[in-house]
Structure formats: structure tokens, C-alpha cells
Design a protein around this ligand. Structure first.
Ligand code: CMP
Length: 143
């Protein structure tokens, strides 16, 4: 296994529910290093750009309206096997199907409002990370 990066986004429902600290605590407790982090309010255009791969899906309008409905917190994370391990930590997209002990099982209300995003591949992790953070702003020496 190799060291990978993945992009997490604490979604607007996570911010609204005051769960930023709890969710980051779980993420760090699982061994992920925070390499870049900020709070940002996406415009509808920016949300559409981030989720462009889903632009033909019936839920695209709902998804992008939600993601631009309030502040969110993108975070570049690093760890051995980060992409798959992060997806295991957050659980299934639909919280009704998420395993016990996962972040979505604990906090998410629905498939649309599911607290957190995680990249689905190393390449998408890099692209998604660079959507929010220029490469030079991602640090590599956090404890
Ligand atoms: P995410 O991992 O951010 O990637 C795409 C998102 O689309 C996904 O999480 C879900 O929140 C959202 N999504 C998937 N299916 C639906 C759906 N049927 N209705 C609304 N949103 C959805």
C-alpha cells in the first residue's frame, strides 16, 4: 500500500449541524493527516463545476443547490490507502445503507444530505483537491 491523498468535503449539513469538530476528530482519530483545509461558500456555478461528472444525473440540480446552500469545509487528507480507507470511514452514500460506526451512519439524514464527500480514486482525489487548493498550498509536514 502507498501513501495517498483524498479530498473530503464537510458538506453544508455538517456545518449547519455544528459537527465540524466531531467529524474532523473522527477523521484524525482514524489516522488521516490534514494537509489543507478551509471553509468556503460555493456558488452554484462552482458546485456545478465540482460535480460536473454527475451533470447528466437526475439529482444534479438538487445536489448542486444543496452544496451551494451554505458553507462547506474541503480538506485534503493523506494516509496510506487514503481513498479506500476514507470511503470505509464515511460509509455508503445512502446513510440508510451505511455500516454501524461510520460517519454517515452516525450523522447523515439522506442520500442528498450525507454530511461528507470522499474522492473515489487517487486521480480524482488529486483533481478534486486542486479544485479547492493550488498544489503549493497543500502542506506535507503536518504532525
Ligand atoms: P458525493 O460523494 O458527494 O458524490 C455525489 C453526491 O450525489 C453523493 O455524495 C450524494 O450526496 C449525491 N446523490 C447521490 N444520489 C443522489 C440522489 N438520488 N439524490 C440526491 N443526491 C444524490
Amino acid at each position: 500500500m502507498s501513501i495517498e491523498r483524498t479530498l473530503a468535503i464537510l458538506k453544508p449539513d455538517c456545518v449547519r449541524k455544528n459537527l465540524i469538530g466531531d467529524v474532523i476528530s473522527r477523521i484524525q482519530g482514524a489516522g488521516f493527516k490534514v494537509r489543507a483545509l478551509k471553509m468556503v461558500q460555493l456558488s452554484l456555478r462552482e458546485a456545478e463545476g465540482f460535480y460536473v461528472v454527475h451533470s447528466e444525473r437526475p439529482f444534479f440540480g438538487e445536489l448542486t443547490a444543496f452544496m451551494s446552500s451554505g458553507p462547506c469545509v474541503p480538506i485534503v487528507l493523506e494516509k496510506e490507502n487514503a481513498v479506500l480507507d476514507f470511503r470505509a470511514l464515511i460509509g455508503a452514500t445512502n446513510p440508510a445503507e451505511a455500516d454501524e460506526g461510520t460517519i454517515r451512519q452516525a450523522y447523515a439524514d439522506s442520500v442528498g444530505e450525507n454530511i461528507v464527500h470522499g474522492s473515489d480514486s487517487v486521480e480524482n482525489g488529486r483533481l478534486e483537491g486542486n479544485y479547492f487548493f493550488p498544489e503549493h498550498s497543500i502542506v506535507n509536514n503536518t504532525p
